[in-house]
Each structure stands twice: as C-alpha cells, then as structure tokens.
Design a protein around this ligand. Structure first.
Ligand code: ZN
Length: 384
C-alpha cells in the first residue's frame, strides 16, 4: 500500500513554501531582464546544425573559422490570429506569439522553447476536453463554495481529459482537517498511506495530498486552520490535477512497485510528470501561470544548486519534483505527450521500466540519462 501511495511529506511542503518566498523576491528582476540563455547572433553554440528560436527568429548554429556560433537568424512569419482565437483568448501557453521549435533530444536550446513545445504537445493530445464529473467526490462541508468551485472545475477538467483511462473509478476526498479525512475514509472502507497511521497519508500536522490506485485525497488543513497565514499559492492550486495525474499513472502502469523491482518507475518521473501536469492545468484554467510553478519548483529551487545526476532522484528526500518536471518537459518536447504516457503503459506490458521506457521513447534509458545531463545546462534547473 505504501509503495503505491504518493504524498508530499510535510518537510517538502515547508521546503516549497520557503522556495516560493525566494521566488517572489526574484520575480521583479526576472520580468525586466532578457531570458537567460537567449540566443544572440554571433554568440557561441555547442553543435553545428542545431536550431534555436529567440525573439521571433530561428537561429542556426554554424561553423565560423574554428568556432561554432549562432548565425544571423531567419525571421519567423507571425501568424495572424484566427477569429476563433481572438474571440476566446487562449491561455498564453497555447497561444505564444511565435511558433517555437525544439529538436528532439537537443543538448542546447532556449529553455522556453522546450517548455512551450511540451505544453503545445500536451494541449494537442488532449484536444477539446469535455469536463467530466464521472468520479465520486467525498466533500468536507467546511470547504467553502468558492474553493469547491475551482477545485471541482480542475477535477472535472482533468477527469474529462483522461476519461478513457480513469473510467469513472476514482473517489476524491476533499477536506479541511485530518480528523475529517480519517473519519470519512474509514466510513467508506478506503485508506491511503500507512495502514496503521492515525490519519491517511499524513502525521496530521500539515496539508496532505496523495493518491492510490483509485483514490485521491486533498486535505487543506493549512489554509483552513484558524487565523491561517497560508494562501492558495501556485503549488497548492496545482494539487488536484497533480494527484489525479497519479491516478492516471497507476491506471496505465499499475501500482508502482518498490525500487528493488525492475518495473519500478523512478520518483523523478512519477513526481516530475505529476508536477508538470498540475501546473499545466493551473495555467489552462487561469488560476495562475505555468511559469510561476516552474520558477518555484525548478529554477529557483536551491535543492539543485549542486549538480546530482537525474538518475539518483529516486526518493522523496532528494526533491525529485522540480528536476523531474524539467525532465518531463524534455521528454514530452522530444517524443510528444502520447508517447510519454506510453512509458507507463509499456512498463506494465514489457515488465521492466528499462524496456518500457525504450519502447515508448525510442531510446535506451541510459542514453536518455546521458542526453539529459548534456542538455541540463539549457533547462534553468536551480539556476538562480
Ligand atoms: Zn505527487
């Protein structure tokens, strides 16, 4: 049961709060400065033939004498907005001013091109989502109407996006206290986390968010405690979609087995993809922006000041969330969202993560880890 339960430890939540405070301080300077790593004509690049998009131009890396430099660039024609697009403003993630391009498994690129390519691929795969309330919601009456409204909107949208996968099987517990969650789950004969714990997936001190095979639990005890100073920051906003994405993972790949099992899927991928999807949904529904979530978890995250290989992020103590989110963007931008989901599907059918990963992505797992480390400098991981 425990190996199949994904929860944030209270330590991690605290860590996220601290990181967010740092992010706020830097936000003001971030807006006025050009993107770090933006391509300039004549500046050095790493590999002949690679392309990068910056400020409306596509640049190509060319040889100039003994050096490799970005060429003059070719202006990208600006597409006229369609009448439909101007009538209903789309989220910025899916309506960028210039078409971005990203070469699969590139080692040098503009971070935003990777991120926007991944987001565009996700939107394309999901298509025109019809929100679906085909899941069971067990609701703490103390949840306010306005919180229930945005949370169920996110649950409905996520459930509708994966309706073929989830098939109405999921029960979602949405509460304000750990006592409520323990009582409600026991009454229903369900549980997540330590079977001998007092509360489901929590020691009862902080917010708890977790998922099992057919259950998701969100307890916003920090927000709802008397005289709370906590607020709906971008991290908390992402949690309903984050947890439902774990349900998608479990449905496609089965319960995640322990690290000693060959079918074990590493934490960087389980948590990084749930993080990615949570922030994707935050932006999609206009609750906050993807870049705020990414800034907090990836770019401004001091956990990544020292460079540790991605492959080693397979526990919760090492913070697999942010680096895994960057790796998720890299994977989706390289192979597309559908193939990305196949990692879970094929891990189940092939019996090992290494085989499932290779079948879904077209490259061996070790090759991927090598490519990721080569590309890492372009991803803004703990870079500020
Ligand atoms: Zn998670």
């Amino acid at each position: 049961m425990q190996t199949n339960t994904i929860g944030l430890s209270s330590l991690l939540v605290m860590k996220k709060m601290r990181v967010f405070a740092v992010a706020l301080i830097f936000l003001g300077t971030l807006i006025t400065q050009p993107a770090i790593g933006a391509v300039k004509s004549g500046s050095s690049c790493t590999k002949a033939g690679i392309k990068s998009v910056s400020a409306g131009k596509t640049y190509t890396c060319v040889k100039s004498g003994k050096k490799l430099v970005w060429n003059k660039g070719v202006a990208i024609p600006v597409a006229k907005p369609s009448p439909a697009a101007s009538a209903a403003p789309a989220p910025s993630a899916s309506a960028g001013p210039a078409k971005v391009s990203f070469n699969p498994w590139a080692s040098s690129f503009v971070t935003e091109d990777m991120t926007l390519t991944a987001i565009a691929s996700t939107s394309k795969y999901l298509g025109d989502v019809k929100p679906s309330s085909a899941y069971k919601l067990v609701l703490d009456p103390a949840i306010t109407d306005s919180d229930r409204a945005w949370i169920t909107k996110m649950l409905d949208y996520t459930n509708g996006a994966f309706t073929d996968v989830l098939q109405g099987r999921i029960t979602v517990y949405l509460g304000t206290t750990h006592t409520w969650s323990a009582t409600a789950m026991r009454a229903a004969g369900q549980w997540v986390g330590d079977p001998n714990g007092t509360y489901p997936c929590s020691d009862g001190t902080r917010d708890a968010y977790c998922a099992g095979e057919d259950v998701a639990l969100m307890i916003y005890s920090d927000i709802y405690k008397p005289n709370s100073n906590y607020r709906w920051d971008v991290g908390r906003r992402s949690t309903p979609a984050h947890e439902l994405f774990h349900n998608v993972q479990f449905t496609l790949g089965g319960r995640n087995l322990g690290p000693e099992d060959p079918a074990h899927i590493p934490r960087w991928l389980m948590e990084g993809s749930a993080n990615y999807f949570g922030y994707y949904m935050v932006e999609k529904l206009g609750l906050d922006t993807y870049s705020n979530g990414r800034g907090q978890q990836v770019t401004f995250n001091r956990a990544y000041k020292s460079v540790v290989p991605l492959a080693q992020y397979d526990d919760f103590a090492s913070d697999p969330y942010g680096i895994g989110q960057a790796a998720t963007e890299y994977l989706i931008a390289s192979i597309g969202f559908e193939n990305f989901l196949n990692i879970w599907k094929f891990t189940k059918s092939e019996g090992t993560f290494a085989k499932g990963f290779a079948k879904a992505t077209g490259i061996e797992l070790n090759d991927f880890y090598t490519k990721f480390e080569a590309a890492r400098g372009s991803m803004k991981i703990g870079s500020l």
